[in-house]
Design a protein around this ligand. Structure first.
Ligand SMILES: *[C@@H]1O[C@H](CO)[C@@H](O)[C@H](O)[C@H]1NC(C)=O
Ligand SMILES: *[C@@H]1O[C@H](CO)[C@@H](O)[C@H](O)[C@H]1NC(C)=O
Length: 735
């Protein structure tokens, strides 16, 4: 984020209706671009045999091609062997690639320019390796269960923030000419039994929480959507007529194709007739059982699947290819290509600006050339077996940069806390002593006598096909790993200036650590990928003031979340009351609330101004369907501004957040919901204006009776503040 850019950033932060400015390819709404792509697709389709059509919708089988997913080339239309590759933070199995920060870290920056650039660079690396379809970004899991194994791949637990991040990432990826794939669709919230459980979610929660970020994805013209492993109301996600045909294709007007998660298809006809358009990888993992291919051919020949449906599948896939301009001059597949460019700069910026400062007693941070630093923890150094030694990052050994599973990638290099601190200490003439284990015995020898002791702890999670320390993807509990609490206690017993650094895939309960005398600071460093140590040093030394904010709440007790990993089917009994929506509603005080984060400077909030437009009327959205839903749902109907001033002594960035309280005409709605944010970088004494553009959807709730988004009549509470609880300005918007 640039110094000069604060007004632009503020204006852009919520102006989703104006994305056309950024993505000329799809201007103004995507409708015209998709229409052109579909007409090219129809012309190509006319030249294809039925066998060609079956080939374009069926993967060639597990482990049969250069990518994790491949279809056959179709020479009659110059269609290539399509390459689909994981994943959401870079090119899986690449050897010359950047290991981008996980989505959760990108979201923690609340910086749409960095999120956008991350997407552009992801797209550039996909294109450079010849990948046609990059399998990301992720909005499911949304993260309703704090233990959820794959939450870190997505953008945090708030659908509004996740939606903005989905849009920026997709537009970034697709601006490089690469097809993005929004996944996993939908309500795939845990790893345990993910291939058998049914997520039985009510219609309103589906719309207001889980579908919301996918609507942003469709609005940003995402090329493809991946259906998930789980069932919804008893029907497999990849054969669910309501979610695929009803919600996605009809209600959201999705023009691209639905691709199965790998082996998430269960039947030939059910998938075809209920909205799935491409099967991956095309066989089971033994390369034997095939559900489309010849089976689809017979199903079409016997009219169990209509020719029209097969045409529709093929046409959607072709249209996505044309939409991205992949029909001309696309690079050959070369997963090993060196495509890193300067992309590590984005990794470092996101890793740094996604760090959340939770506690800083007596201004122990930033560090001021201490004469002696102690550094403790196995997570302070690179995995001694090698930074990429664990398959798909399926271990928690050494410094942590990402979770495990198919959403992980190789590191090109890895800067651990020790590496970066050593460089800085040498420059400052600071003595740095290290204990690179989690042993509590003998730690006092290292920690005592140092000006500060930095202890690095972790919590990890990932995809359920790998078990790490007994965690089958999902975390078993919300405690730090490797006896982190005891390690912190041992260090703090020896050093009264203990700084706890946490690298984690999600929230951990910090009560033991916070109750430990001597713990002066807690630095929530998240998942910083390859720039782990550099980002940390940037923050510890105040080269940049911390500006990250939590994208989930940190509770005092795991039970306080009201959600947990479920053994049987999940009835989603918490409804809309997830994370801060639940803490607010149940009047439970979290330890650190959603949106919280300290800085080395201070900000004051003044001059709240609320300006409705003429379109600010109560009632349903009734516009024509564009990608993302009714066109009027995406129109700005009110603008809110506030002036933010840096009243402290150093340059810093603030994330003012806007939360809305709906009038009582909207039944049983969470007390407040995020509906705007901005990020302003301000020098000491400087002021900037945060502008929040509220779209019709931001003021609406899903009316299950009418099956429409409705703006309720009455007074909307407007709260602008530094977190979901640190409200600085309040006002009201009468509609
Ligand atoms: C699931 O069932 C609930 C309760 O009947 C209903 O509200 C919801 O719309 C259904 N969702 C899907 C995706 O079928
Ligand atoms: C900034 O806020 C901190 C508390 O967060 C306080 O200790 C400090 O005095 C404030 N500084 C200024 C300049 O207002």
């Amino acid at each position: 984020m640039m110094l000069h850019a604060f007004t632009l950033l503020a204006a852009a932060a919520v102006a989703r209706a104006e994305t056309a400015d950024k993505v000329p390819r799809a201007a103004p709404s995507g409708t015209a671009a998709w229409a052109a792509a579909h007409s090219s697709a129809a012309a190509a389709l006319a030249k294809m045999s039925q066998q060609d059509k079956v080939n374009i919708v069926t993967g060639i089988g597990w482990d049969k091609g250069p990518c994790v997913g491949n279809t056959a080339a179709i020479s009659s239309i110059n269609y290539p062997q399509l390459c689909l590759q994981d994943g959401p933070l870079g090119i899986r199995f690449g050897t010359g690639i950047t290991a981008f920060t996980p989505g959760i870290q990108a979201a923690s920056t609340w910086d749409i320019d960095l999120i956008r650039q991350r997407g552009e660079y992801l797209g550039a690396e996909a294109k450079g390796t010849g990948v046609h379809v990059l399998l990301g970004p992720v909005a499911g899991a949304l993260g309703k269960i704090p233990h959820g194994g794959r939450n870190w791949e997505g953008f945090g637990v708030d659908p509004y923030l996740a939606g903005i991040a989905m849009a920026e990432t997709i537009e970034g990826i697709q601006s490089a000419g690469v097809q993005a794939c929004a996944k996993h669709y939908i309500v795939n919230e845990q790893e345990l039994n993910r291939e058998t459980l049914s997520s039985n979610v009510d219609d309103r929660s589906m719309h207001e929480l889980y579908l919301w970020p996918f609507a942003d994805a469709v609005h940003s013209n995402v090329a493809s959507v991946m259906c998930s492993y789980n069932k919804i109301n008893g029907s497999w996600a990849c054969e669910n007529d309501h979610t695929q045909n009803g919600l996605l294709k009809k209600e959201l007007g999705f023009q691209g194709y639905v691709v199965s998660d790998w082996n998430a298809q269960h039947t030939t006809n059910g998938a075809a007739n209920n909205g799935m358009d491409m099967t991956m990888p095309g066989s089971d993992y033994n390369g034997r059982n095939v559900l489309w291919g010849p089976q689809l051919n017979s199903a079409v020949n016997s009219n169990q699947v209509s020719k029209t449906r097969l045409d529709d599948m093929a046409k959607r896939i072709l249209a996505a290819w044309y939409l991205l301009g992949q029909n001309a001059g696309y690079p050959a597949i070369n997963i090993g290509a060196n495509v890193q460019g300067n992309h590590k700069e984005n990794v470092r910026a996101v890793a740094r600006d996604g760090i959340v400062l939770l506690k800083n007693d007596g201004a122990v941070l930033p560090l001021k050339k201490p004469s002696k630093i102690a550094l403790v923890g196995s997570a302070a150094v690179v995995n001694p077996q090698g930074m990429n030694s664990c398959v798909d990052k399926g271990c928690n050994t050494g410094a942590l940069g990402m979770g495990w599973g198919s959403g992980s990638v190789n590191y090109p290099y890895f800067v651990a806390p020790y590496d970066a601190l050593k460089t800085r200490a040498q420059a400052d003439g600071t003595t740095l002593s290290l204990q690179s284990s989690d042993s509590t015995s003998g730690v006092s020898g290292v920690a005592s006598g140092a000006d500060v002791a930095i202890v690095v702890i972790t919590a990890d999670s990932g995809e359920g096909y790998i078990t790490v320390d007994g965690n089958v993807g999902d975390r078993q509990n919300l405690d730090p790993w490797h006896n982190g609490n005891q390690l912190v206690q041992a260090v703090a017993a020896a050093n009264k200036n203990t700084i706890v650094v946490v690298h984690s895939t999600g929230p951990i309960v910090l009560e033991t650590i916070l109750a430990t005398a001597g713990v002066k600071a807690v630095v929530w460093a998240g998942l910083p990928s390859q720039e782990n140590g550099n980002a940390l040093v940037d923050i510890l030394y105040g080269l940049t003031s911390p500006s990250g904010k939590l994208v989930y709440s940190i509770a005092k007790r795991a039970e306080d979340y009201g959600t947990a990993v479920i053994k049987g089917d999940d009835t989603f009994k918490e409804g809309l009351f997830v994370d801060y929506r639940h803490f607010d509603n149940a009047k439970i005080e979290p330890r650190y609330e959603f949106g919280f984060g300290l800085s080395y400077t201070n900000f004051t909030y003044t001059a709240l101004k609320i300006t409705p437009t003429a379109a600010a009327t109560a009632g349903p959205a009734t516009g024509a369907t564009i990608p993302g839903g009714p066109a009027d749902l995406w129109e700005t109907i009110a603008t809110v501004t506030a002036v933010i001033t840096n009243s402290g002594a150093v340059t810093g960035a603030e994330v003012p957040q806007l939360y809305l309280t709906l009038p009582s005409a909207a039944p049983s709605t969470p007390p407040k919901q995020l509906r705007g944010f901005a990020k302003l970088k301000l020098e000491p004494g400087a002021s900037g204006t945060a502008t929040f553009n509220l779209r019709r959807r931001d003021l609406s709730y899903w009316d299950t009776g009418r099956q429409q988004w409705v703006v309720p009549a009455g007074a909307f509470g407007v709260a602008v503040g530094a977190s979901s609880r640190d409200v600085r300005l309040t006002g009201s918007l009468e509609i």
